[in-house]
Design a protein. Structure first.
Length: 132
């Protein structure tokens, strides 16, 4: 996401990531969640206007770079959790979505992906190796 952009875009995106992190950092628990639209409204009050797609990309960056730990998305919006069981359930839903996307990708018959189980600490995960 960020590495494919010019350096000046990177600088502005890091500022956006900081702004979004500031908005979400105290949103602990589903009852305190914010929708993407609500986040965009708060950003507009700060004279920052971005698209919903760019917001999702920024949130993905925040998650992947662990700027906010255990940032969850649900139908009610984005929030932080301190409940390990909730994170485990969320990761199970993510894996199910990944598996569905993997099956759809492979249904096209172009560069099928093959899952490869890996062990990270005590947890097991799946990476996808590309087999042409």
């Amino acid at each position: 996401f960020l590495s494919q952009r010019p350096w000046f875009w990177l600088s502005s995106s890091l500022k956006l990531a900081y702004s979004v992190t500031s908005i979400l950092q105290n949103r602990i628990g589903k009852q305190n969640s914010l929708t993407g639209s609500e986040i965009l409204k708060i950003l507009r009050l700060q004279n920052i206007s971005i698209s919903g797609g760019k917001l999702r990309g920024i949130i993905e960056y925040i998650r992947q770079e662990r700027k906010l730990i255990w940032l969850i998305a649900c139908g009610k919006g984005y929030y932080l959790t301190r409940d390990r069981a909730e994170v485990i359930a969320y990761c199970a839903r993510l894996r199910a979505r990944i598996e569905t996307q993997w099956k759809t990708h492979n249904s096209y018959g172009i560069q099928p992906l093959k899952p490869k189980k890996i062990k990270i600490g005590q947890n097991q995960g799946v990476l996808f190796d590309n087999y042409s």
